[in-house]
Structure formats: C-alpha cells, structure tokens
Write a protein that binds this ligand. Sequence first.
Ligand SMILES: *[C@@H]1O[C@H](CO)[C@@H](O)[C@H](O)[C@H]1NC(C)=O
Ligand SMILES: *[C@@H]1O[C@H](CO)[C@@H](O)[C@H](O)[C@H]1NC(C)=O
Length: 205
Amino acid sequence: MQRQSGAAGTSSSRARRVAHRTRDSCAAVFANTLCSVILGVLLVAGVALFVVWLSLRPHRPRFSLASFSITGGQVAFNVSDRNPNRHIGVYYDATRAEVRFYDTLVAAGPAFADGWYQPNMSTVSITGLLDVVGPGTRDPSWPSFNAALHAGRLPLRLQLSTAIRFRVNVFHSGRQRMHVNCELVVGADGNLLPESVGVPCDRYF
Ligand SMILES: *[C@@H]1O[C@H](CO)[C@@H](O)[C@H](O)[C@H]1NC(C)=O
Ligand SMILES: *[C@@H]1O[C@H](CO)[C@@H](O)[C@H](O)[C@H]1NC(C)=O
C-alpha cells in the first residue's frame, strides 16, 4: 500500500487516530472481559477441586497385629493392613521389618522386598519371617530380656518401615514415609499373649 500525502493526509490521520483509540478501548474491554472469564473459571475450578479433594481425601491405611511368635531363632509375624478408602488405592515401597526389646535389636529383615499395590477398600496380611539376631548373652540387655521371657511377659515392638503413595485413577500423590509400630507382649513359649492379639498399631510419618 502507498503512503498517503498532502491535504488528504490531515483528515485521514485524524480518522486513523480515532480508529486507533477505538481499537485500543475495544482491546481493553476485551482484555478485561477475558480476565474476568479466566478468573471466574479458575475460581470455579478451585472450588470443584476442593470439593473433590474433600470427598476423596485419602485416609492412611490401618494396621493391627494378627499373630506374632518368636521361637527357634525366628520371628514370624502377621499384620493386618486395611485400606479404608472407597476410591483410593495405595502403593507401598519395599517394606522393612524390625523387632526390638526396648532399644535392643531382636530381629530385622525385609517384609516385602519389592513395592506392591493395595486396591481401594481392601484388607491384606503383611507376613514375615525374620532371623533373631539378639540380644546375645553378653549384651547388657540380656538379663532383663531373659527375665521377662521367663516371667512370661516379654514386651516387644514390631516396626514396619516403608513409603506410600495414594492413587486415584491414573493420578499418584507424592511419596510419604511411614512407620508402623505394633507394641506387643509374648509369653514364655514365645507366642503372642491373648491381650496383644488384634491390637491396633500406631503410625508415624
Ligand atoms: C494372617 O492373619 C489373617 C487374619 O487372621 C489370616 O486370615 C491369614 O491367613 C494370616 N496369614 C498367614 C500367612 O498366616
Ligand atoms: C474401587 O474404586 C473403583 C473406582 O473408583 C470403584 O469402581 C470400585 O467400586 C471400588 N471398589 C470398592 C470395593 O469400593
């Protein structure tokens, strides 16, 4: 297009200025409207997400002691693990088990070497077989361990350590570490006393 010149230029430049202003204010109105629409959509999406979160809010799995024994140099345990979420599954990382008499390590090993998945609203048993490693007869804690065992009330703590992620459809939450502590008492024969059967275990994160 050719540049305009001479007398015609003055009026056409006025017209151009008017057109320019009109366009600017149109753009401003349009931008404002767009901004309002975007803010509105964001607000609605935020509220919707919050409502979905409230209805889906993940509950951590619940654990209780089904059975436990310490005999013949081995610990055998069975912990019941309930996922109470209606729509949320739980991924577990490799799970490690430890048994302690106060601070003394009694047995340790993997409960699950690999990660595994627990579907929504399901209960599974976490079982394990661990070699007893202590306390040795020369350990400072040996006398009290031995005395408690012979008295028929040996207090032990089974700890499971892992990390979990929640799954909703194809979405995963971040990993969070989880420790499950089951306080229990075994009798002189190394089997769980009735008072410890089915007790809920504590969870730490
Ligand atoms: C673990 O305990 C549960 C509940 O008592 C039982 O159904 C399951 O068979 C036990 N699993 C093993 C391997 O003992
Ligand atoms: C598990 O979740 C799926 C998808 O949300 C659902 O269709 C199914 O009924 C749930 N299972 C149970 C046992 O609630």
